[in-house]
Design a protein around this ligand. Structure first.
Ligand code: SAH
Ligand code: SF4
Ligand code: F3S
Length: 462
């Protein structure tokens, strides 16, 4: 795994804290934003069971790791972490350690056999059962619930916002995934796709706005296939987006992830219609080769993907931020396929991207039917070439922003200096600027004066 990707993943690990209750929960989250959102649901369920969170692992009565199974190294990191946490158990024999999330779902009871100090294994659809499972552990048993549901969306649970800047929050709008991308473990770890009641999404967004939040990101593995139906009502993603955008022009709306096969003109026109729906789309490509895309079972080809990019730029405009996910070295990938990926990048000039080399996941269609035959060396070299190209394009796209004025939602202090504030523009680019008398949660207009591949710098223009 490349340095860049490691950093990206590392940055996603957070330790969460809130105060309430008598027993102490320490929770760490790995993987995608949906897992982070789930940890907030877990904290809410456990608060009603007498737990408050702590960021100090030493004082914890319960340690939970909300895990990711997407690549082998994601799982490796959890195993390493568990062996470190084990020492806490020697010091505090009453301590309970639980594994939640996708790795729990993938390994099930095998986890208990492999990792002796784990007391509790809970899959993504079984968090309501946590109080009972903890009770079982208290009675001296190991506890497992990895049941996958067709209905569970946790719609009625108000998440406890962990590690929040008080300005932006995530809202899960659906769970699971019905696609069967051949490389991907998610359909096995998160089960069938189901959409959450739009009224509960709207209510959650409205409450966040009333509490002072100014940005919500609607989350799902494939938000464009959001589909809620009852006898009297039906909502697609474009309609949900519009409903949330109408809460207030001062509430920014983002969403992730879009699937190239599903993103519709309807969604693009809705984005265009509302200024507060941010002009930024994360549109994972996975590969630039139609042959590889077919083996991946992505159900679109290179031309379709590029057609979507053209459509985004036609409807929303040239300055819509676009990011990607790309996998280097998928089964049978040749040098020519790899060149197709690089040329796709040249065509699009993505603002940003998440880049990985292929990691075979047990049980997936690719693991069953295809040979993981690209050498580690080739995978890494190709990944590095993809990363180098992305660096060039990120810099280029950022340079195009220099001289322009953007509306920025202030997220807080810059990491480097307390004299500076930072926040994102519509296109999801981070901008750093001198604070003057402004505070987080406010909108300011900032003129961009310089940039690196990662950040824009600027000045507030009153
Ligand atoms: N639902 C999203 C992706 C979720 S997983 C979508 O369809 O785009 C996030 C990213 O991890 C994927 O886009 C893919 O690029 C990467 N990924 C998934 N499985 C992988 C594997 N087996 N090896 C390497 N990267 C993988
Ligand atoms: Fe995995 Fe594909 Fe579903 Fe994304 S759309 S979660 S890559 S199966
Ligand atoms: Fe990982 Fe599960 Fe998300 S495998 S990427 S935590 S859905």
């Amino acid at each position: 795994m490349s340095h860049l990707t490691e950093e990206v993943e590392e940055a996603k690990i957070t330790v969460n804290e809130f105060v309430n209750g008598t027993k102490k929960l320490y929770i760490e989250s790995y993987g995608c934003q949906m897992n982070f959102a789930d940890s907030e649901v877990v904290a809410s369920i456990l608060r009603n069971n007498g737990y408050s969170t702590t960021s100090d692992v030493v004082e914890a009565d319960l340690i939970l790791l909300n895990t990711c199974a997407i690549r082998d190294n994601a799982e490796q990191r959890v195993r390493n972490r568990l062996s470190i946490l084990n020492s806490n158990k020697r010091r505090n024999p009453g301590l309970k350690i639980g594994v939640l999330g996708c790795m729990a779902e993938r390994l099930k009871t095998q986890f208990l056999e492999e990792e002796k100090m784990v007391d509790l294994v809970v899959g993504p659809d079984a968090y309501r059962d946590l109080p009972n499972l903890l009770q079982e552990v208290d009675e001296g048993h190991k506890a497992v619930n990895v049941f996958l549901s067709r209905e569970e969306t946790y719609a009625d649970i108000t998440p406890i916002r962990l590690d929040s800047n008080g300005v932006s929050a995530f809202i899960s709008i659906m769970r699971g995934c019905n696609n069967m991308c051949s490389f991907c473990v998610v359909p096995f770890t998160r089960g069938r796709e189901r959409s959450r009641d739009p009224h509960s999404v709207e209510k959650e967004a409205r409450e966040l706005f009333e509490q002072g939040y100014r940005e919500v990101t609607l989350l799902g593995q494939n938000v464009d296939s959001y589909n809620w139906k009852t006898e009297t009502e039906s909502f697609n993603f474009a309609q949900l987006l519009e409903t949330v955008a109408l809460i207030s022009p001062d509430l920014r709306v983002r969403f992730s992830t879009s699937h190239p096969k599903d993103i519709t003109d309807d969604v693009l026109y809705t984005m265009k219609k509302y200024d507060n729906i941010c002009n930024y789309i994360h549109l994972p490509a996975q590969s630039g080769s139609s042959r590889i895309l077919q083996l991946m079972n992505r159900t679109y080809d290179r031309e379709w993907y590029l057609g979507k990019i053209d459509r985004i730029r036609e409807i929303i405009g040239e300055d819509c931020g676009i990011s990607h996910d790309l996998i280097a070295g998928f089964c049978t990938e040749t040098e020519e396929d790899h060149q197709d990926t690089l040329s796709l990048m040249d065509y699009v000039q993505f603002d940003y991207g998440y880049m990985f080399f292929y990691s075979e996941r047990p049980g997936t269609p690719a693991a069953k039917k295809l040979k993981d035959d690209v050498s580690e060396e080739d995978k890494k070299r190709r990944l590095n070439e993809i990363i180098a190209k992305q660096q060039e394009h990120s810099l280029l796209r950022n340079q195009q922003a220099v001289g322009k004025i953007y509306k920025i939602l202030i997220e807080g202090e810059s990491k480097r200096s307390a004299d500076d504030l930072c926040g994102r523009n519509d296109q999801n680019k981070m901008v750093v600027f001198p604070r003057k008398h402004y505070r987080k949660g406010q909108y300011v207009n900032v003129k961009v004066t310089s940039c690196s591949a990662a950040t824009l710098k600027g000045e507030i223009v009153d």
